[in-house]
Design a protein around this ligand. Structure first.
Ligand code: PEP
Ligand code: MG
Length: 319
């Protein structure tokens, strides 16, 4: 089966009834991009830019960042690239950033909060991205948004910097990884061009389980019906403004989740490069109507185990 999946890895993925699902790769370096293209990625749905910032004594300047992002864009060629702005906090400290030790880094100054609180950090990264010359759309995505004001502040900065540089501002989307963002999706969709569900953090914050704490992390199941309801709310809120929703957290590569996500209206899955072939192969076995029926049942299921039991017959059919 793996062999058959790999043989078709570079083809697009369409459900049996003709719904196109984009299968993108999550990347953490330019070298990753080359691998992902070879594995059949149609683009990058999440470039984790932390690789430019970590393990060094001083901050990367605009030019150094631009070169790093340009290398990823070049490796992707005509495939679109979604770049996530810096997502670090007290759990992954950078010595040159004024980060205090925190008792609760997951709830602390991280992601877009840190960027908005640190003068120059966001602007430098945005200018570096505005300087990239790509053959395909380059989109920017904000991590950890919980409040509309964060989106508006970053958007204002992007528009101001693009105008100053005399270039068009790229589309700006947000990750949906806090319950607040999911529940505010309709409001946020007025100003965000797209949504990408960060299911790893969305599960952490919804289930109140620290993803780095081994004593509780094993119970982080993204198929918990409460999380599925937040995803449904996100897709619907986005759809009200014509925005698409993708998933770039671990759920996107989980066979048991894929039919449900498609049934909820997700149209893009961004997965580790090694999961691209199998993800596309599974999509090709699915029908949208069955996925929708399944998703509706999953929303009403009592727990994640019950959701998994509901999906089982579909996966057996696909095998
Ligand atoms: C997520 O939270 O699901 C996500 C994709 O971001 P990260 O894993 O980098 O926090
Ligand atoms: Mg995250």
């Amino acid at each position: 089966r793996r062999k058959a999946a790999v043989a078709r890895a570079r083809e697009t993925a369409v459900t049996v009834d003709g719904t196109r699902i984009e299968v993108f790769a999550n990347l953490g370096s330019a070298a990753d991009a080359t691998t992902a293209v070879a594995e059949g990625a149609e683009g990058c749905g999440l470039l984790r830019t932390e690789f430019v910032f970590l393990d060094r004594a001083d901050a990367p300047d605009e030019e150094e960042q631009r070169i790093a992002y340009q290398a990823v864009a070049d490796a992707l060629g005509k495939r679109p690239l979604i770049v996530r702005t810096l997502d670090i906090g007290a759990d992954k400290p950078a010595p040159y950033l004024p980060m205090a030790t925190e008792e609760n880094p997951a709830l602390g100054l991280r992601g877009v909060r840190l960027q908005l609180a640190t003068p120059g950090l966001l602007d430098t990264q945005l200018r570096a991205l505005l300087g990239v010359r790509a053959q395909a759309p380059l989109r920017i995505m904000l991590p950890m948004v919980a409040d509309r004001s964060e989106l508006l502040a970053a958007k204002a900065a992007l528009d101001r910097l693009a105008a100053a540089m005399g270039v068009a501002a790229p589309e700006l989307g947000i990750m949906i990884e806090t319950p607040a963002a999911a529940l505010s999706a309709r409001l946020l969709a007025a100003d965000a061009s797209f949504f990408s569900i960060g299911s790893n953090d969305l599960a952490q914050y919804t289930l109140a389980r620290d993803r780095t704490n081994a004593a509780v992390a094993a119970g982080l199941d993204g198929l918990h019906p409460a999380i599925l309801r937040l995803i449904a709310e996100t897709v619907q809120g986005g759809g009200a403004h014509g925005r698409w929703t993708g998933v770039c957290g671990g759920l996107a590569a989980e066979p048991a989740a894929i039919p449900i996500l498609i049934g909820l209206g997700v149209t893009e899955l961004s997965v580790p490069a090694a999961a691209i072939a199998e993800t596309k192969a599974l999509v090709r076995t699915l029908g949208l109507a069955a996925c929708r029926t399944l998703a509706a049942a999953a929303l009403d299921a009592p727990d994640a185990a019950a959701v998994r039991a509901l999906v089982e017959p579909l996966l057996e059919q696909a095998a």
